[in-house]
Design a protein around this ligand. Structure first.
Ligand code: MF3
Ligand code: CO
Ligand code: CO
Length: 271
């Protein structure tokens, strides 16, 4: 989300029962993103992918929350190459070496889950592979820094440090957000920051970690459609997003339940 949005509502902590409700849309999103890995190939259009996703979501009796959200015209955001975020699906076929971020929010019984993955159509340049791996690593390191007893600045600091070590920049205007009954709730989860600074992280918080990384200059502009945000220098971007839940003694990645993720954060599941 756009971090300039002033979310003034209070943080809504979730009970155990509410967390359980949020796992349902989260599991469906996880399954959808797993399924999509084999479908992102040269020649396919993002409109076809959008239609596939919408059918998948509806078949599971979930709602494609993004469709119609503030007038957004599709069930998924599809952001190829230099599109940083909020890309609208098109009828242009993916070319070999394109990278594409798919960002999807769904809900069941009014409870939301939000996740994004960057995929590669065919084989990409070494540079793009490096960017996608860096985005995964930055996201996971941010998640690992999100612990009860810490501060929200711990997350931004971890994301920023990891991105820089990987030779990438963070698009600072975009941030994660609380999630629950609403897609966007307090607090804002910045992707830059200082350890030990910011609001305390407490059990019951559910929020997203979703840094956008780029290889070039971290400056963006909005296209005339009012949605599509591209890098000014045309350099590619990559983003992963997970919905996570804070417990007293652990942090759960609701939208990615593979246990080994904590052991090897270099291991992007498909690269
Ligand atoms: N899923 C996005 C997020 O991570 C929100 C997209 S809003 C839309 O916050 F209107 F562009 F779809
Ligand atoms: Co999202
Ligand atoms: Co989000």
């Amino acid at each position: 989300m756009d971090s300039s949005k002033n979310l003034t509502r209070n943080i809504c902590l979730k009970t155990g029962v509410e967390m359980q409700r949020m796992r349902r849309p989260a599991r469906i999103l996880e399954a959808l993103f797993q399924d999509l890995r084999s479908k992102i190939v040269p020649g396919v259009t993002t409109q076809t992918i959008n239609a596939y996703c919408e059918r998948f979501i509806l078949e599971k009796n979930a709602e494609p929350t993004l469709k119609g959200y503030k007038g957004f015209p599709a069930a998924i955001c599809a952001s190829p190459n230099d599109v940083a975020v909020h890309g609208i699906p098109t009828d242009t076929p993916l070319r070999p070496g394109d990278i594409i971020t798919l960002d999807i929010t769904i809900s069941i019984d009014g409870w939301h889950a939000d996740s994004a993955w960057t995929y590669i159509a065919g084989a990409a340049s070494e540079e793009k592979n490096r960017l996608v791996k860096a985005a995964w690593k930055a996201t996971i390191s941010g998640i690992l820094a999100a612990k009860a007893g810490g501060r929200l600045g711990d997350i931004g600091a971890a994301v920023e440090r990891t991105a820089k070590r990987c030779g990438c920049c963070v698009l600072e205007d975009f941030a994660g957000h609380g999630i629950g009954r609403m897609m966007h709730e307090d607090p804002i989860i910045a992707n830059v920051g200082t350890r030990g600074v910011g609001q305390p992280i407490v059990p019951g918080m559910v929020f997203t970690v979703e840094p956008i990384l780029c290889l070039g200059k971290p400056a963006v502009r909005t296209l005339e459609d009012g949605w599509t945000i591209v890098t000014q220098d045309g350099s590619p971007t990559a983003q992963f997003e997970h919905t996570i839940a804070i417990f007293r003694d652990r942090t759960e990645i609701m939208t990615y339940t593979v246990p080994s993720v904590h052991k090897n954060i270099d291991a992007l599941p498909y690269l």
